[in-house]
Design a protein around this ligand. Structure first.
Ligand code: C2E
Ligand code: MG
Ligand code: MG
Length: 564
């Protein structure tokens, strides 16, 4: 018989006693504060708990009962993962029973005959409050999908292991799924969730056989802090095989970064390093495992240094704009037609830094706009100076990064610079690297159209270096293709490269696009390009990028040649 009183209260208590009198007394004491339900023996009590475990806050359990006694109920509850969490107050008249009940998981006792009512109410309230707190923690502690720890708890427990168990050497592992967002996009979120939950299960099984803990942070980022082992390739292969077996019809590729135990390195630093290692193998399907190494550590230190120093660099004039000429080689002799502005950083301690060392770093976090705005401002001022000084038409291209494109004020900024320096739109050309076109292609096409309407010439930089397939070209409203250097490098010795270049030139002609060949270093390369019909080239053959003062000599040289 299960009887529930009508008053709806927040906490629900199950009272289990075979004596009606005892049930009635407890009802009288508790009914104003709690919602109550009752059972007459252990079997009924268990049924009630199983049906209602999520709504129950407390069980008050008599020990001596027919059918199934209180000890047996405690034993059964202990076996069940959910029921184990319910707090139980034992109702007993026998002192000796207390220890056994405690061992079986009871949290408190109320002795019969029943105590002063206020004491019982206070005990019940205290136990419920404690249990509420614990449940709150256990909910926040685990990620629902994978049953692994959430970030804060993961770090809390990892720090405890690190602090209190220095005898165990823990390695840090970061595990990611390649292109997880695409898997979600193609197969639906629910499917993505299935993969995450499955991977969670695989990791939990792995941890049941070793010492350690695991957590899941953002979407597909898994962290494992586990006792040191020597073959991580095996671990990754095992995870990958399990995932393949669970999802035989979908390609799910895992990648793994590992930071091996190092004395005195706390878990947060360990996982930073593991995460860096993991990002190094993004997209590397043939070799998806990376162990953090000294070279990466040095690079991280350098990166942090550069990020810190950029503000000073701008204020203290450490950034310099260099210029590299572009020549029309169909003229005889080749004619200087334009230039590209390229940034350099002359660091007071680190010396001369090429853009390859900092541009990708700043592109990753938006700081690139600081560099680019600096270059645009300097370049427009320089163009104005040269115009005035030499009365010579020399358009200069500046590089525009992907993140600049998404700066809503880009066109305004550029127009302002042009106006301020008395230039027109032909004086300043814009190079946008090919890889910028591949993602969010529609937004980029729209912006480039606007830039063109505003009067700018758009050059697609590094054409052929990435994925921009030829069929994208017709949709891209660009004016110029800057062919990537890799096509030119072996053009004099490699027949295939030569044919590719000819093909690109043909297509460009068809689409009415000018082609600029970059990276011309030798006479042979120049001759081949000239013969193939390429008009404009840029490269060390003519000049390396040089400071503005040195570039003036190139201009003067050109003016003199043209006069003669
Ligand atoms: P990019 O825009 O494709 O610039 C051409 C790069 O090729 C320059 O390297 C140039 O020095 C180099 N180069 C030119 N001719 C030759 C040659 O004959 N042989 C060889 N081996 N290299 C040659 P740099 O100046 O190191 O710039 C590298 C990249 O950094 C640039 O590639 C561009 O993507 C980026 N970058 C440079 N300055 C800026 C800037 O102000 N803003 C942005 N967003 N990116 C910049
Ligand atoms: Mg460029
Ligand atoms: Mg380029």
């Amino acid at each position: 018989m299960i009887k529930t009183n009508e008053i709806k209260k927040r906490h629900r208590i199950l009272i289990v006693d075979d004596q009606e009198l005892n049930r009635d007394i407890l009802e009288t004491i508790l009914e104003d504060e709690y919602e109550l339900c009752f059972a007459e023996n252990g079997k009924e009590a268990l049924e009630c708990m199983q049906q209602d475990v999520d709504n129950l806050s407390l069980v008050m359990l008599d020990l001596i009962m027919p059918v199934m006694n209180g000890f047996e109920v405690l034993e059964e509850m202990h076996k069940d993962e959910d029921l184990r969490k319910l707090p139980v107050i034992v109702l007993t008249s026998e002192k000796e029973a207390e220890l056994k009940a405690l061992e079986l998981g009871a949290v408190d006792f109320i002795t019969k005959p029943f105590d002063i009512h206020r004491v019982i109410l206070a005990r019940v309230a205290r136990i419920i409050e404690l249990s509420d707190g614990r449940q709150l923690i256990s909910k926040a502690e685990r990620d629902k999908l994978t049953m692994l720890y959430t970030r804060n708890f993961f770090y809390e427990y990892a720090t405890r292991l690190f602090t209190y168990h220095p005898e165990t050497h823990y390695d840090a592992i970061v595990l990611n799924i390649e292109q997880f967002h695409s898997i979600n996009a193609v197969n639906g979120r629910e499917f993505g969730d299935n993969i995450l939950s499955s991977l969670g299960g695989i990791i939990r099984t792995f941890l049941s056989e070793t010492t350690g803990i695991a957590g899941r942070f953002e979407a597909d980022s898994f962290c494992i802090y586990c006792a040191q082992r020597d073959n991580y390739k095996l671990v990754l292969t095992h995870f990958q095989n399990e995932i393949d077996a669970a999802f035989p019809n979908v390609n799910v590729h895992l990648r793994m970064g590992v930071m091996l135990w190092q004395e005195d390195l706390n878990p947060i630093t360990m996982f930073d390093h593991a995460s860096t290692a993991c990002s190094k193998v993004r997209g590397n399907y043939s070799n998806p495992l990376m162990i953090f190494n000294e070279e990466m550590r040095q690079k991280e230190i350098l990166d942090r240094r550069l990020l810190n120093d950029l503000k000073n660099a701008v204020e203290q004039n450490q950034l310099k704009v260099f210029y590299q000429p572009k020549y029309d080689i169909q003229c005889n002799p080749p004619k200087l037609v334009s230039a590209e502005a390229l940034i350099r950083w002359v660091h007071p301690e680190l010396g001369f830094i090429t853009p390859g060392a900092f541009i990708p770093l700043f592109e990753g976090n938006g700081l690139i706009s600081v560099v680019d705005n600096f270059v645009w401002q300097n370049t427009t001022e320089q163009i104005a100076k040269w115009k005035k000084k030499f009365d010579f038409e020399l358009p200069v291209s500046v590089n525009v990064s992907r993140s600049d494109i998404f700066d809503g004020a880009l066109i305004e900024k550029l127009n302002e610079l042009i106006e301020k320096n008395g230039l027109n739109h032909n004086d300043l050309k814009l190079e946008i690297t090919e890889s910028a076109y591949t993602q969010d292609a529609e937004d980029i096409v729209a912006l480039i159209k606007k830039l063109k309407e505003a009067g700018f010439v758009i050059e697609m930089d590094d054409f052929g270096s990435g994925y921009s397939s030829l069929n994208m070209l017709s949709a891209m409203p660009v004016d110029v293709l800057k062919m990537d250097m890799k096509f030119i490098r072996n053009i004099a010795v490699n027949e295939t490269d030569r044919r590719l270049v000819t093909l690109i030139l043909d297509i460009a002609k068809h689409l009415n696009l000018t082609v600029i060949a970059e990276g011309i270093e030798y006479r042979e390369q120049l001759d081949i390009l000239k013969k193939a019909g390429c008009r404009i080239v840029q490269g060390y053959y003519f000049s390396r990028p040089v400071p503005a003062e040195e570039f003036e000599e190139i201009i003067i040289n050109e003016i003199n040649t043209e006069r003669n």
